[in-house]
Design a binder for this molecule. Structure first.
Ligand SMILES: Nc1ncnc2c1ncn2[C@@H]1O[C@H](COP(=O)(O)OP(=O)(O)OP(=O)(O)O)[C@@H](O)[C@H]1O
Length: 238
């Protein structure tokens, strides 16, 4: 099922275009990486797909429903969300649990199932034992993990993450790729993530979206390529 699409999208900042003629389709139950050099407009592309930015021209569609039939739930982990200041008052458990409010009414009373799902998400990122700690005192990699846990606690149909492994050590990064692969294959989640670590995550992916510089005028365009053996994206060779 098609979850998100772009058709001939053009967008820029301060009247200077940075994305041109972008065509893009995201389907349910796929693990997709968005790659390209610094400044290639990867973050901008995600924000356009999520409706956080409006294109100058072209068409952006985000499905209202999931493949399972209900309202589409979208989890978003922005770039450098982990930069909470040291006085951030919440504890880990409260922060991750708050992700559950996106399911149903924002004014509802949380149920035992919400606590169980939160526990599972915290265990999945290896932060359950530290659930009573204050967020402000965590390391960068730990903050990144609880942001991912909060997004997982939302039980998203579409999980969009911008450089989610920033600050994680190598073992944690591979654990994270395994976890995302499991989410896609066992739970049917669609995972879209910006990464600079393509060579690490490549074998887990279904598809790579690569932003390339256009020859004329320095504009960029978006190409969607299949991976898994039969195609070696240029980014891997850089
Ligand atoms: N709010 C903004 N105002 C003006 N220009 C912006 C704004 N946000 C991004 N840009 C510019 O748009 C271009 C694309 O930025 P974007 O953050 O989407 O790139 P990116 O591929 O995600 O980069 P990186 O890999 O460094 O995170 C860059 O040239 C950037 O300077």
């Amino acid at each position: 099922m098609l979850l998100a699409s772009m058709n001939k999208v053009v967008f820029g900042y301060n009247e200077i275009p940075c994305l041109e003629d972008v065509d893009l389709d995201i389907y349910s139950s796929e693990f997709v990486a968005v790659v390209g050099p610094n400044g290639a407009s990867k973050t901008t592309l995600l924000k356009l797909a999520l409706g956080l930015l409006k294109p100058w021209s072209g068409d952006v569609q985000l499905s209202a429903t999931s493949e399972k039939g209900g309202k589409l739930t979208v989890g978003y982990v922005p770039q450098q969300i982990a930069s909470f200041n040291s006085g951030f008052p919440s504890k880990i458990m409260e922060f991750v649990l708050s992700g559950r409010y996106s399911k149903g009414s924002w004014f509802r009373k949380l149920q035992p199932a919400d606590h169980e799902i939160t526990e599972r998400a915290l265990r999945q990122v290896g932060m359950w034992d530290q659930r009573h700690r204050k967020i402000g005192e965590l390391s960068g990699g730990q903050k990144q993990r609880i942001c991912i846990a909060r997004a997982l606690a939302q039980e998203p149909d579409l999980l969009v993450m911008d450089e989610p492994t920033t600050g994680m050590d190598q073992e944690s990064r591979y654990g994270f790729y395994e976890l995302m692969h499991h989410q896609v294959k066992e739970h049917g989640t669609t995972v879209v993530m910006v990464t600079h670590g393509l060579s690490e995550v490549n074998s887990y992916l279904d598809r790579i979206i690569e932003l390339e510089r256009k020859e004329q005028g320095g504009w960029k365009c978006c190409t969607t390529t299949s991976c898994r053996g039969h195609f070696t994206p240029a980014a891997l060779l850089q």
